[in-house]
Design a protein around this ligand. Structure first.
Ligand code: SF4
Ligand code: SF4
Length: 176
């Protein structure tokens, strides 16, 4: 879902994981391996990692179903940048100012984020009600196919506790 995502609240939800041993109890294992991830992220060979990411990203999402997870949408807010606001307000047939007033607040970095979590655009069936026009941060999350994974180690560590795909890709990169 989200780059530069703002952690607002974290609760462990059951994710839609289909019978892969590596993913069993992933939240617990991710917490236990956090230090190892931190050290590994400092020393990782960038070119080697980037070369493996596309396949590992696909592999992770062949085993994980976002629609039975939605941890990111329940715990994070993406940044709503100006083009996102324009696009989504238009979709909702709202004036941009009204859209901002209804759904958004400015955070400590001066970025617009949602006022409430879970995200107000998350439906009860875990579909995004504005999917085609969702913020670009949402479209990019969890960066398991981008160099952000190495460039922003703190964000990757945070995401490893929220997103099973980040946990999975880190574990596979480290030799699992
Ligand atoms: S991107 Fe990660 S946290 Fe978000 S729904 Fe998919 S698996 Fe869950
Ligand atoms: S806009 Fe959609 S994809 Fe983004 S956090 Fe909200 S529900 Fe999730």
């Amino acid at each position: 879902m989200v780059l530069g995502a703002k952690l607002m609240l974290f609760t462990c939800y059951f994710c839609g994981i289909m019978g892969d041993e590596l993913l069993r109890n992933w939240e617990k294992k991710s917490g236990e391996h956090r230090k190892q991830y931190q050290q590994w992220l400092k020393k990782a060979d960038k070119n080697k990692v980037l070369g493996r990411l596309p396949d590992l990203h696909e592999e992770a999402f062949s085993k994980i179903d976002c629609l039975t997870c939605a941890n990111c949408c329940k715990n994070y807010s993406p940044r709503f940048k100006t083009p996102d606001i324009k696009r989504i307000a238009k979709r909702l047939k709202m004036k941009e100012g009204d859209f901002i007033e209804t759904y958004l607040r400015l955070d400590e970095d001066g970025d617009y984020v949602v006022k409430t979590t879970p995200c107000p655009f998350l439906r009860v069936d875990n579909y995004c009600s504005i999917y085609e026009d969702r913020p670009s941060d949402c479209a990019r999350y969890p960066y398991t196919d981008e160099d952000v994974l190495l460039k922003r180690p703190q964000l990757t560590l945070t995401n490893s506790a929220i997103c099973p795909a980040v946990y999975y890709v880190l574990e596979r990169l480290m030799g699992a």
